[in-house]
Design a protein around this ligand. Structure first.
Ligand SMILES: [Zn+2]
Length: 178
């Protein structure tokens, strides 16, 4: 896994995909939450469910099906609250949730991601895996944790910061043109 902090940053950065009138605080909160939600399977790891099980780490909670259900569960109520398209917001939360599995599939350790669970429980990685895998639990507070943080800074956090800066610059330009 990548750290939950980096996953949350990716989810919040993706709010930029929505038009500005939909960028409510709750959207930022749930975009970040949906991007870390798949790692709640860590509870199964604590309860000694095997990693390779469909209920294990990077199993069903990292699948396209889980992302679709999460997308609908979060997108439909937000559609009502914001008087916006529930379909659009469901697709948005699907994307923030599946971003988690996509990033995990770019890490260089552990088992792959069961994108097609429960239909197909094979685990997948992408051919390009530049992100150092994060140790589970307290193992993060070690020299290895520092290597992971540097890797995520380079491959996840700095690109997200660059996207945020471009957005700020474009908004500033747009305001000054009006
Ligand atoms: Zn994960």
């Amino acid at each position: 896994m990548a750290t939950i902090f980096s996953h949350a940053v990716v989810g919040c950065t993706m709010v930029g995909l929505l038009p500005s009138k939909l960028r409510a605080k709750s959207i930022y909160f749930f975009a970040g939450l949906s991007a870390i939600l798949p790692d709640f399977d860590y509870l199964g790891y604590v309860r000694q469910i095997p990693y390779s099980s469909v209920w294990g780490h990077r199993g069903i909670t990292h699948s396209l099906l889980f992302a679709a259900i999460t997308g609908i569960v979060l997108g439909v109520p937000h559609g009502f609250w914001l008087k916006a398209s529930a379909v659009r917001l469901s697709v948005f939360f699907f994307l923030t949730t599946i971003s988690h599995g996509i990033i995990d599939a770019c890490t260089n350790g552990g088992l792959g991601v069961a994108f097609y669970a429960p239909y197909n429980t094979l685990r997948y990685f992408f051919p390009w895996r530049p992100i150092q895998v994060s140790p589970m639990g307290l193992g993060f507070f070690s020299e290895r944790g520092l290597v992971v943080l540097i890797s995520e800074l380079y491959w996840i956090l700095l690109p997200c910061a660059a996207i945020a800066l471009v957005r700020v610059a474009l908004n500033w330009k747009r305001k000054n043109q009006n």
